[in-house]
Design a protein around this ligand. Structure first.
Ligand code: ADP
Ligand code: MG
Length: 374
């Protein structure tokens, strides 16, 4: 008798889990979502939704019994959860990679140890560590909590030692990374789909942030071939050193001297890769599913220049935005089905394709401005 097809497991049911589930279902797969938030977007469309904590014994047993493979939608899944699951099923990415990448101190020290370029940094774990920084004279720096930071949360610019000390008191954490603030020429990111024996590099996106939150991504990124090659080489080194399988995103800074520096590494699909849903033949989410299913790797090809713009909760203030504006050819709207539109919360995004990147930029900016009109 034919064995029932198993589910594929996704830990985390936010928008990244949602878009993964949408793709997996289109591919004929069944998805299990685990998330402590009973209203999470992906839970609403999952074939099976477990609403519990990530270390809940029963939940993990159920995943081990009903799934062959498992992945994550965000780096703050306890790595112990992955260690438990790894004993029985395939887990992408591996728990050790997640353990490093969910802590900025571990991540920065990993980059330093492997001689990969990143911003100058100091780690602060105690008052003693803090006092050793009294002699810094090349301010400004940015202080970042070592864990749980996202969308610019948990970080502050500091211009002198006094501000640094104050920030350490105000930010709710015991450990920090203090990073040199650099003048950015550009921010770009490289998404890679890491199959067992092959890395697929998705087209590099150029990212514009507003208030430290990604506002839009432009693809292809306007960078030199030299920069592109350096970015791919660094990404490949990271993947090999972490023995990484799964989808990963490396965020890069390019400074005024064209130095390429790793900002941070996300062990998962990434907001800056949403353009790939319509912009590529194979999106970041399709790769994530294919890696879980042990499919053969295929290249992601850019189908046309593309711009992605995020829709934050602020747009919903007082009324529902007029999404008819996006109801045109080569425009694609994604709403994440979140319960409440809080300020700064990612509620959705839209994508504009055009044979000219400049035109895609103009069209998307125009739509975004109109969506914002009162
Ligand atoms: P998050 O986890 O919130 O994305 P990041 O470390 O990526 O944290 O910081 C968010 C944004 O803040 C970056 O994309 C960049 O625009 C800005 N930023 C962070 N660190 C630096 C730095 N060292 N120098 C200049 N800008 C920075
Ligand atoms: Mg970031």
């Amino acid at each position: 008798m034919k064995k029932n097809k198993k589910l594929i497991a996704m830990l985390g049911g936010g928008q990244l889990g949602l878009m993964f589930t949408q793709k997996a279902k289109l591919m004929g797969e069944k998805v299990l979502i685990l998330d402590p938030d009973k209203n999470c977007p992906a839970g609403k469309i999952a074939d099976k939704f477990i609403n519990s904590e990530y270390l809940d014994k029963e939940a993990l047993q159920l995943i081990k019994d009903s799934c062959d493979s498992c992945t994550i939608e965000f780096e703050n899944i306890p790595y112990k959860t992955l260690q438990i699951l790894e004993k029985k099923i395939k887990v992408f990415p591996n728990s050790n990679a997640v353990k490093i990448l969910q802590n900025r101190i571990f991540e920065k020290n990993f980059l330093k140890k492997e001689n990969l370029p990143t911003t100058t940094f100091y780690e602060i774990n105690s008052t003693n560590d803090l006092n050793l920084l009294l002699n810094i004279n090349d301010w400004p720096y940015i202080i970042k909590t070592s864990t749980f930071g996202y969308d610019g949360k948990g970080q502050t610019i500091v211009n002198n030692f006094k501000e640094l000390r104050l920030a350490c008191q105000n930010l709710n954490s015991q450990s920090f990374v203090l990073e040199k603030k650099i003048t950015l020429k550009k921010e770009v990111s490289q998404i890679a789909a890491c199959y067992k024996n092959k890395i697929i590099f998705l087209p590099i996106s150029e990212n514009i942030h507003v208030n430290n939150i990604l506002h839009k991504s432009l693809v292809p990124a306007n960078i030199t071939l030299e920069s592109e090659n350096a970015i791919k080489k660094i990404t490949k080194d990271i993947i090999n050193k972490l023995k990484y399988e799964g989808v990963l995103c490396v965020e890069f800074f390019i400074d005024n001297n064209d130095n390429i520096l790793v900002n941070e590494i996300a062990p998962r699909t990434h907001n800056s890769g949403h353009y790939s849903i319509e912009g590529c033949n194979i999106s970041q989410f399709e790769h994530q599913v294919k890696i879980l299913l042990n499919h053969a790797p295929e290249n992601s090809i850019l189908l046309s220049p593309v711009v992605m713009i995020n829709l934050l909760g602020d747009l919903w203030k007082n009324r529902e935005p007029n999404f008819k504006l996006i109801d045109t050819e080569n425009a694609f709207l994604h709403l994440y089905n979140k319960n409440e539109a809080k300020s700064g919360r990612k509620m959705g995004h839209f994508t504009i394709k055009n044979s000219s990147l400049n035109l895609a930029k103009k069209i998307s900016d125009n739509i975004f401005n109109k969506l914002n009109e009162k």
